[in-house]
Design a protein around this ligand. Structure first.
Ligand SMILES: Cc1cc2nc3c(=O)[nH]c(=O)nc-3n(C[C@H](O)[C@H](O)[C@H](O)COP(=O)(O)OP(=O)(O)OC[C@H]3O[C@@H](n4cnc5c(N)ncnc54)[C@H](O)[C@@H]3O)c2cc1C
Length: 159
């Protein structure tokens, strides 16, 4: 990262940014080799010291079709947006906290893993991880996780 002064390296501080984000932009590769970026709700957990992001959605559609061809994905999320005005245009700035990273997607087929993933997502938004889900709904939903290989966090603090 060029701006080392803005890099967040403390694990707990990085996780706090994840917790504060409410939307994850997932980056896939489309049929023409271009980035296919889509916003998704998400949950997260640590497994053996490694960040795992959980997502859910319909079992058909472009993201699922692309994932069937290439499981590599990147992600970005951000929070804490604040426009800080100045008296001249060049004095305006923007405060933010963000994370970016990459990894490999896994799409579990068994209900227990899917329910676990859904509860990670629910915990992120409701702080509860003991939800039950109608079995028919669980079958109809695709749940997938991104096992993150590398990620970084950045904070632009403005007093
Ligand atoms: C804040 C937020 C949270 C969301 N959370 C979820 C979630 O948790 N799970 C989930 O499945 N979906 C979620 N969505 C919707 C998601 O972004 C996709 O629209 C959806 O998953 C369908 O993706 P797909 O690749 O199957 O698209 P398809 O339905 O196959 O459509 C493909 C085409 O539609 C267009 N398109 C697809 N998505 C969008 C979009 N979001 N905005 C504009 N154009 C689009 C693109 O041009 C794309 O090429 C969320 C959207 C937002 C804004």
């Amino acid at each position: 990262m060029r701006r080392k002064d803005r890099e967040v390296t403390d694990g707990a501080a990085m996780q706090k940014i994840l917790t504060e984000c409410d939307c994850c932009r997932l980056g896939l590769v489309d049929e023409e080799g271009l980035a296919y970026i889509l916003p998704l709700n998400f949950g997260w957990e640590e497994q053996d010291g490694r960040l795992v992001l959980w997502f859910h959605g319909a079992s058909a559609g472009k993201k699922i079709a692309l994932l069937q061809k290439n499981l590599l994905a990147s992600f970005e999320m951000d929070t804490g947006h604040r426009l800080v005005p100045g008296s001249k245009a060049e004095e305006y700035t923007f405060a933010y906290r963000s994370v970016m990273g990459r990894g490999r997607v896994e799409i579990p087929a068994d209900d227990a893993a899917k329910l676990h993933g859904l509860n990670c997502i629910m915990a992120h938004y409701t702080r509860r991880a003991d939800w039950t889900v109608d079995p028919a709904m669980l079958r109809a939903t695709t749940v997938f996780c991104l096992r993150v290989d590398a990620w970084t966090a950045k904070e632009h603090k403005v007093p």
